[in-house]
Write a protein that binds this ligand. Structure first.
Ligand code: TYD
Ligand code: MG
Length: 467
């Protein structure tokens, strides 16, 4: 009688194996993610263990381990290098994760094209070499010195073959697009299943550590995170870069979520154009008003994302509710926070907004989560409500509390200097934000600081309105 193939239960979100079906994964806490699948064979388990043991397994004193100075690989894009912490570390594995269509393949293909002669093996299981050629023709900026030289394309999905080719031609960089399409012949489950992804990533990591070839893995994630993969990989790889943004807008943010060789505070902003991704060095310049004359319902707030402060335009539209029940809608901003700010305006500052529709929008498809933008939101709403524009040279950086008080925010110095750099005349901040030392250094920045402590004072100053 043929022996029955052994099956196990595992979580499709984190890959945790359990002995039986459960409603909730005990490891990651996700519901309804436990599925039945074939057992991973013994050899694959022992191979996992080899991972750590990549070179001589003798203990070495830390002071005796030698590394070459400045051995990072440049990628032809200062912004990507900054997010990576100064370039790619040889032998490292980077996961580039993002939703489908966000521009991961474009970003990965731009690296060999822009970095002049970096010998790259670009393995694609998603597009044919011809499609990649067509894409590269769009991305190539000849006048800037981009070159196709050194980039080799391979249409392959079997991980053993990819590794064999990589060892044969030993490139400076290996790109695998995407980890979901790659599979190992040693495992009999479908490509993109948790065990396949884990096994293939482990094989590629072994290649990276043994040969020193850095690997960029591209991984898809969906909005609800339902496809297993990147979550399983996060603890295997050295660096996790997340590429995010709204595909209806052209701006994209590259964020480092994990980095063994640098800070996770860095972000880079890109704009998707007809000829690929363009680096945006001065985000504030594209996210703040371009119109010369001032419009009502627009206010500029200061937000910090990663370690960078930038200024962003917040737009509000307040109108009389036409259909009884007032509507509140926010794009790029937390709707609950908007409701809270409206309640504060109603209760603490006496503005009658309960019978009004309020729409809020953050320019450029950005998402704001920094509470320092509260003041700009409040000003945009009031400006639209009174139909009084705010003068274009003014920006705001403060949080609004539940009793209508204007509260201090962190990194105020950086915010003030960014506003001054962009030529703003005035910045409104909380009265409690400035230390004596800061106060003395302000005249040098050339921007006027207006300190406000509550919404009533803000309105008197800005709109000269009765509260
Ligand atoms: P792509 O890199 O294929 O996304 P991913 O690999 O993350 O799935 O990019 C997809 C989008 O980018 C696609 O909708 C078209 C757009 N795009 C441009 O606007 N300009 C370009 O030069 C390229 C190559 C793509
Ligand atoms: Mg792609």
């Amino acid at each position: 009688m043929p022996s029955k193939a052994k099956t196990v239960w595992y979580c499709t979100s984190c890959g945790n194996e359990t002995g039986k079906w459960m409603g909730r994964c005990p490891a990651c806490g996700e519901w309804n993610t436990i599925k039945e699948g074939p057992s991973r064979d013994k050899t694959s388990r022992s191979r996992d263990r080899v991972l750590v043991n990549v070179s001589d397994s003798e203990p070495i004193p830390l002071k005796d381990i030698s590394v070459e100075e400045d051995c990072r690989i440049t990628v032809g894009s200062p912004e990507v290098e900054r997010v990576l912490g100064g370039g790619i570390v040889p032998g490292s594995m980077i996961l580039l994760a993002g939703e489908p269509g966000i521009g991961k393949s474009t970003l990965a293909l731009q690296i060999p094209l822009r970095s002049r002669g970096l010998h790259t093996l670009y393995v694609s299981g998603e597009e044919s070499p011809r499609q990649i050629k067509l894409r590269s023709m769009r991305l190539l900026r000849k006048e800037e010195g981009d070159t196709e030289e050194g980039c080799t394309v391979l249409g392959e999905t079997v991980v053993e073959n990819i590794i064999r080719y990589a060892r044969e031609c030993s490139p400076d960089l290996l790109v695998v697009d995407s980890i979901q399409t790659v599979y190992s012949e040693n495992i009999d489950s479908a490509a993109s299943s948790v065990s396949q992804i884990r096994e293939c990533a482990a094989e590629l990591l072994r290649l990276a550590k043994e040969s020193g070839i850095p690997v960029i893995l591209i991984g898809h994630i969906t909005k609800d995170g339902s496809i297993a993969g990147p979550k399983v990989l996060e603890h295997i790889v050295d660096v996790v870069l997340q590429f995010e943004g709204d595909t209806r807008h052209s701006h994209r943010i590259l964020r480092s979520i994990k980095n063994r060789f640098g800070s996770t505070d860095e972000i880079a902003i890109f704009e998707m154009t007809g000829s690929g991704l363009r680096e945006v060095e001065n985000p504030s310049e594209i996210l703040t008003p371009l119109h010369g004359e001032s419009l009502s319902g627009v206010a500029v707030g200061s937000m910090v994302d990663g370690s960078r402060p930038f200024l962003i335009e917040i737009q509000a539209l307040v109108s009389t509710a036409a259909y009884g029940m007032p509507q509140r809608s926010a794009t790029g901003y937390d709707a609950r926070r908007l409701n809270m700010l409206l309640a504060v305006l109603e209760k603490r500052a006496g503005f009658k907004l309960s019978a009004k529709d309020v729409f809020l929008n953050v320019a450029g498809g950005m998402r704001v989560s920094d509470t320092a933008c509260d003041l700009a939101v409040v000003v945009a709403v009031l400006s639209s409500n009174f139909d009084l524009p705010v003068s274009p040279g003014i920006c705001f950086a403060a949080e609004v509390g539940l009793s209508g008080e204007i509260r201090p925010v962190g990194r105020i110095e950086a915010r003030i200097s960014e506003a001054a750099r962009l030529g703003y005349r005035q910045i409104y901040i909380s009265s409690y934000n400035l230390s004596e030392e800061l106060r003395r250094s302000i005249p040098r920045t050339g921007i006027q600081i207006v300190e406000v402590s509550d919404i009533a004072a803000l309105c008197r100053r800005l709109f000269r309105a009765e509260e």
